[in-house]
Design a protein around this ligand. Structure first.
Ligand code: UD1
Length: 425
């Protein structure tokens, strides 16, 4: 018997009050992985306490990188001898483990990293990561489910790397690999998500000349040695967006603090389309929802477009809308495992290719639902906030991968939500 957690949510009226946003999971992961490149201890601040972060620290520990957490600060030490193998058992838990590929090639000269495999909504290739390493001179093959890579004699060499598709992960991996390579590297069609900029800013602060941060072309001059400076992780824009969706769906009034409104333009525009009043401060966003939400359309796209990581939560909002909404995912065209679960709560959602068409219904009603991935879990909790009666979300270990103390944060602003233990398969 396995004991796993479930979350019980009851529709409990409008959420009101203030929610503080944690550090960004997706920004913290590549920055923590960068520790492999340093011979001196590195100190990273505002690191959220999440399962994905623990998974990465376990992987880093296996590779020989020691880490100590003091509150929100993590100090990592990669001064000792490092191993170069990232095993399947850890990589399968979190796809971002592939981030160790670039730094291991740079520091150790070789890497054996399990292929991450797909996820609940389909295959998630790493061909662009491999292409980037090859451009930098590495020999790469795939053998028995592992990416096996070796740097050329004398180490990685700067190159021009052009990405056909904008990829957050491949851009981060390329940056991590080239920053200590010999000579200059140009990354063309680099991803410009805030998490990528943040990694580039960290590496630049540690002494690597990087031009073009925030643009699609990055020029990196490789350095022999990086000098660590303490660096804070940026706020999590997806966590912020999720709480804004929670304010909107309950017709509530939430002040989301410690966030970066400039990272959320597309999400804020959609919330305005849905009839919310949005006020932004320097580091805060106030969202006042009005019910029923107006229907709206979104199409996910690379930053600054609408983030795929907010598609599911906005579908929950659309499901109680006053008209027909269309949500199209162009980044992950199969990312719709939450649709069937929202339908269990009474939503009228039909898939037409990679577009979910959401039609108005009288309201949602609580039911047992199953989370299939991180953002789907968030969407089901958001929907549960307005469903009549109780919504029972099982498999919530997904939510612990990416939301810090979500029940506590929601409860503090008036939600009726609790975590229970139950027997699992
Ligand atoms: C990151 C985020 C994830 C988010 C996604 C898109 C992290 C840890 N995860 O994932 O939460 O949903 O960005 O914003 O930051 N692709 C390829 N080949 C590759 C790599 C990607 O074809 O080698 C494709 C993907 O299938 C996808 C697109 O590129 O269609 C963008 O994916 P990418 O930006 O790489 O996503 P991740 O970095 O995996």
């Amino acid at each position: 018997m396995v004991v796993i957690d479930a979350i019980l949510v009851k529709g409990n009226g409008p959420l009101r009050g203030e929610v503080a946003i944690s550090g960004s999971k997706n920004a913290a992961l590549p920055i923590l992985t960068a520790a492999i490149l340093f011979r001196d201890p590195v100190s990273i601040d505002n690191v959220p306490e999440l399962r994905d972060i623990t998974t990465l620290l376990n992987l880093l520990s296996l590779l020989g990188v020691r880490s100590v957490r003091r509150g929100k600060r993590i100090v990592l030490d990669a001064s000792g001898p490092l191993s170069h193998e990232a095993p399947y058992d850890l990589v399968r838990k979190m796809r971002a483990s592939i981030y160790v590929l670039g730094p291991l090639l740079a520091r150790v000269g070789e890497a054996r990293v399990s292929l991450p495999g797909g996820c609940a909504w389909g295959p998630r290739p790493v061909d662009l990561h491999i292409m980037a390493m090859e451009k930098l001179g590495a020999e790469v093959s795939v053998d028995h489910g592992y990416v096996v890579a070796k740097s050329p004699p004398g180490g990685l060499r700067g190159a021009t790397i052009s990405f056909g598709t904008s990829s957050v992960g491949a851009t981060c991996n390329a940056l991590l690999a080239c920053v200590t390579a010999k000579g200059e590297t140009t990354l063309e069609n680099a991803a410009i998500e805030p998490e990528v900029d943040s990694l580039a800013e960290f590496l630049a602060a540690c002494g690597a000349p990087i031009d073009g941060i925030g643009t699609r072309t990055l020029h990196v001059r490789g350095v022999d040695r990086l000098r660590p400076v303490p660096f804070p992780v940026i706020p999590d824009r997806i966590e912020a967006g999720t709480f804004l969706a929670a304010a909107a769906i309950t017709g509530g009034d939430l002040n989301v603090t410690g966030c970066r409104p400039d990272h959320l333009d597309a999400v804020l525009q959609t919330l305005r389309d849905a009839g919310c009043e949005i006020e932004t401060g320097k580091n805060s966003i106030r969202c006042r929802g009005s019910l029923p939400p107006k229907s709206f359309d979104i199409t996910t796209a690379p930053y600054p477009g609408f983030p795929t990581d907010m598609q599911a939560q906005m579908m929950a909002l659309a499901s109680i809308g006053d008209g027909v909404s269309r949500l199209t995912d162009t980044i992950y065209t199969d990312r719709f495992t939450h649709v069937a679960e929202l339908v269990r709560l009474g939503a009228d959602v039909r898939l037409e290719g990679n577009t979910a068409v959401v039609r108005p219904v009288g309201g949602l009603s609580g039911a047992r639902v199953m989370a299939s991935d991180l953002r789907a879990s968030a969407a089901l909790i958001v929907a549960g906030l307005v469903a009549k009666g109780q919504t029972h979300v099982s498999r919530v270990y997904h939510i612990d991968r990416g939301y810090e103390r979500i029940e506590e944060k929601l409860r503090n602003v008036g939600a009726s939500i609790e975590r229970v233990r139950e027997e699992g398969p």
